[in-house]
Ligand binder design. Sequence first.
Ligand code: MRU
Length: 347
Amino acid sequence: MQVIEWREGTLLFLDQTRLPLEEVVIETDDEHVVADAIKRLALRGAPLIGIAAAYGFVLALNKVSDPSKIPAAIERASVLLASTRPTAVNLFRALDRMKAAAEASLARPLHEFKIQILNEALALHREDESMCMAIGEYGAQLLPNAAVVVTHCNAGRLATGGKGTALAVIARAWELHKLKHVYMDETRPLMQGARLTAWELQRLGIPATLMTDSTAAFLMQRGLVNAVVVGADRITRNGDTANKVGTYGLAVLAKHHGIPLIVAAPTSTLDFELVNGSEIPIEQRSGREVTHIGGIRIAPEGVDVYSPAFDVTPGELISAIVTEKGVLRYPFRDAIERLRPERLPAV
Ligand code: MRU
């Protein structure tokens, strides 16, 4: 089973909340199930959220039997799926793309319209897969020989339509015999590092060690790390990058210790509207995710909790942003501007 798969009118996906203990596949033809899965992180990771939203959009439109109801259904599906999570821009870019494809096909007979939008979702999924390959290739070149890398959260197969972003870099470096070891932050509070990255790296046979989030500083102080590689949820026009909370702390640490921080992300994670990171909407998660572990309360009843899901790393702390179109270096503004879709030559 893949992480997400379209099969004859239904969507199948792994419920990531159950990993690594159980591999549960959810099969649905209901866009509400997809929206709920995104909200509760059964489907997660910026590129995968975009792909899931595209398929959710198709499921919603598949239910329409009267063509005059299509415009209202497009609107309903967009609002439902856009309201799931606010930070990863891939979600909104995927929905904009699906909406544009749907609107361009409005004049077609209903069955053709449905084929058209499904093809758009499948194309978006396939494109993400090849973007991951290219990111892996470019990113692996940046790592030193015998690289010892720290990664945060999960930016692997479970977060994308392909091999991942940060983990594609790591996996490619391993294939090229350039990688010695990976240290994974557990990634409190939802443990994407401990649950998901550890699971993926084990399956890839890549030597990796799990540590608490607060251990990275000591590891760097001892000179045991020579690169940090992470993914991204939204990158603004100046290179400021939202990623899983804790990334900014790692970036400050990396700077202090003279270690490069590499952000690996497809161009679908670039937000050409926002000037800098202060404008990125940051998702706040439920306090229960912090006060409870595995359903068991660990903090006193009534305690106040602050739980942003993401933080923002200023572009000046980032050594390189690796996209499928190549490697961007600080200052990022001009390089990002050149990647604006309307400025790229048509293919
Ligand atoms: O809350 P999550 O698990 O969706 O957060 C995921 C991350 O922060 C990833 O690093 C990011 O989406 C990049 S995934 C290729």
